[in-house]
Ligand binder design. Structure first.
Ligand code: 13P
Length: 249
């Protein structure tokens, strides 16, 4: 059985005071919750939120990581810097990193391998643009991002990997992929993981959906066979909406 995994990506929002306050509200709301839950504040609030989360089951995530352990890499953050703060999950290959900041598959793959080496769990984001969907190449684009992103990742390390399917045209736009369209891509990703690794690895892999997830579309998405979790942006920024999403029925 795959464990439901719901993650909040706070992107470039919240100062330390706001972040601590939201994390505090979530802890009390989720004290008896069985699902796996992660929040990813901006780097500047990680240390503060780590203190707040101590003793709770909510995982602390980072939104990105540099591809090196140390050295002359102005502006980058190493895996050790994250683990030292209590970060246990890192989001890699988010579409904003790919499309706004020009990160390609080769760079993302280096980050994936380095994060896994440092025992971080990763959420590897994949997804097609609107143009690619209209050209009917969404499946190829996503397959390619999964294959390239996971190059050199062993079957054993796949236990630390979550894939997040986030169609670029659905992020922050209010346009959600229909549950059926999302599930089609999720099914394809699972099939690919079965081919790349094994039936067991593919069937155990957790695949999240992301892109305009809101309380009112959560249940429909989560009822799909191959959607195992959610990566939530805007709706993870207020306790009310994120709590409703996590506690969907
Ligand atoms: P929204 O939920 O705001 O569309 O963002 C999705 C996302 O990019 C999560 O990583």
């Amino acid at each position: 059985m795959r464990k439901v995994f719901i993650a909040g990506n706070w992107k470039m929002h919240k100062n330390r005071v706001e972040a601590a306050s939201l994390a505090g509200e979530l802890i009390s709301a989720f004290s008896g919750e069985k699902k796996k839950i992660m929040i990813a504040p901006p780097f500047t609030a990680l240390a503060t939120v780590a203190e707040v989360l101590k003793g709770s089951k909510i995982l602390l995530g980072a939104q990105n990581m540099g591809p090196e352990e140390k050295g002359a890499h102005t502006g980058e953050i190493s895996p050790q810097m994250l683990t030292e703060l209590g970060v246990s999950v890192v989001i890699l290959g988010h579409s904003e990193r790919r499309h706004v900041y020009g990160e390609g598959d080769e760079l993302i793959n280096r980050k994936v391998l380095l994060a896994l080496k440092h025992n971080l769990e990763i959420i590897l984001c994949v997804g097609e643009t609107l143009d690619e969907r209209e050209k009917d190449i969404a499946a190829q684009v996503v397959e390619n991002q999964v294959v390239e992103g996971l190059k050199g990742v062993s079957e054993k390390a796949m236990k630390q990997v979550t894939i997040a399917y986030e169609p670029v045209w659905a992020i922050g736009t209010g346009r959600t992929a229909t549950a059926g369209d999302a599930d089609t891509i999720h099914t394809l990703i699972r099939g690919l993981l079965i081919r790349l690794y094994s039936k067991k690895a593919g069937e155990e892999a957790v695949i999240q959906y992301g892109g305009s997830v809101k309380p009112d579309n959560t249940a429909e998405l989560m009822n799909m066979e191959n959607i195992d979790g959610l990566l939530v942006g805007g709706a993870s920024l207020t306790a009310d909406t994120f709590i409703k999403i996590v506690k969907y029925e």
